[in-house]
Design a protein around this ligand. Sequence first.
Ligand code: AMP
Ligand code: MG
Length: 420
Amino acid sequence: MISVEEARNKILDSVGVLGADEKPILSCLGQVLADDLVAGFDIPRADNSAMDGFAVRAVNTAQASPENPACLRVVGEVQAGHKSDARVEDGLAVRIMTGAPIPGGADAIVPFEETDQTVRTGVGDSGKVGICRSARPGQNIRRRGEDMRAGRSILKKGTVLGPAEIGVVAAMGCACVNAVRRPLVAVLPTGDELQDVGSVLPEGKIYSSNTYALAASILKCGGVPLILDIARDSMDALDTQITRAMEADMLITSGGVSMGDYDVVKDVMAARGELVFWRVRMKPGKPLAFGLLDRASGVAGKLPHLALPGNPVSSLVTFEVYARPAILKMMGRNDIARPMVLATLDHDISNGDGRRVFARVRVSGAGPDLMASLTGPQGSGILTSMAGANGLAIVPENCAVAKAGSLIQVMLLEGSACPE
Ligand code: AMP
Ligand code: MG
């Protein structure tokens, strides 16, 4: 039996960063930029107003106060997306909206709130305005290029495309971007007892919840699930489905990898390639196997095959510990580890046989006072206690019991350092 670290290293060492392709920007959420993005032009493209108000010459407002407003004549109006021909000479002002270009001659924007026009008057380009506060030259003016400067790299290769990064790409007018592609991950449920959802359950069968829990996990970390048909517990049935996975970047099976008479996944693995390891010093998840399958003859490279145990909690925990980091690595992500926090445990967790225990907990509280509460019975078939968990509390191999009231390391599952 190998350690969690050995297992993780063997898996991570056998996957590499995938190639890139050009895709519509919205479909790249969570993907990694494959090239530097260089600004093609300045943003803002021209000096423009940061407020709704009046474009003025600051010097004309030097003495302004609410009691003694500086009176200026309004000679025009300019809206975002338009241009004004009016020039702001001494004693004049132009009504201006946020985002509109600064009219010639003006060097400051006075917001409506600092004038005698605090109620909305609608469009109007004549009359007078009283400025109630002296303006500083440059105030409320957004300068050309202050956000993005033509010719500069604005997003580095390797950046993860989140909402703000996708906004930056869009601001440059790009409809598509070159991003490391998402791994195609085949999901193969195995077991004679399994039935797909959406049909009546015959006596003695169970629905294959792992199919969907694993496919959802793949989607959540950015991969594309390829759901294969349930394979019965025979080498032939497995072989047929595995053949369909040959175009995938990774194969994840669930079940059939323990000591049972019909647990033939390892045999198929050995027949189609190489069994790299079987069994890891962890709980749940001990029967995990990992192999490298030969692809079709003449096709280079191996297909990494992660054979997860069938128990629903074991399969999700081993996905978290091994599959998720491997998928993120293939996507070119550097941030492949879940955040860890220290929290105070609410119940004892015993660890009978020197494995690393991953216990389902709900982390609550804030700052240094986090609490980790067990979400229920810890049997590896109790899927509902996984559903309620936002963390996995880790009891080390050499710790026979993690005591209630002691501090414990928790791997956060929600991807957030601050649980609610
Ligand atoms: P196995 O690893 O094949 O011995 O399965 C261990 C336990 O997990 C058994 O009780 C199986 O019925 C259950 N199991 C296996 N595959 C699935 C699945 N796809 N969905 C839900 N439970 C499963
Ligand atoms: Mg089975």
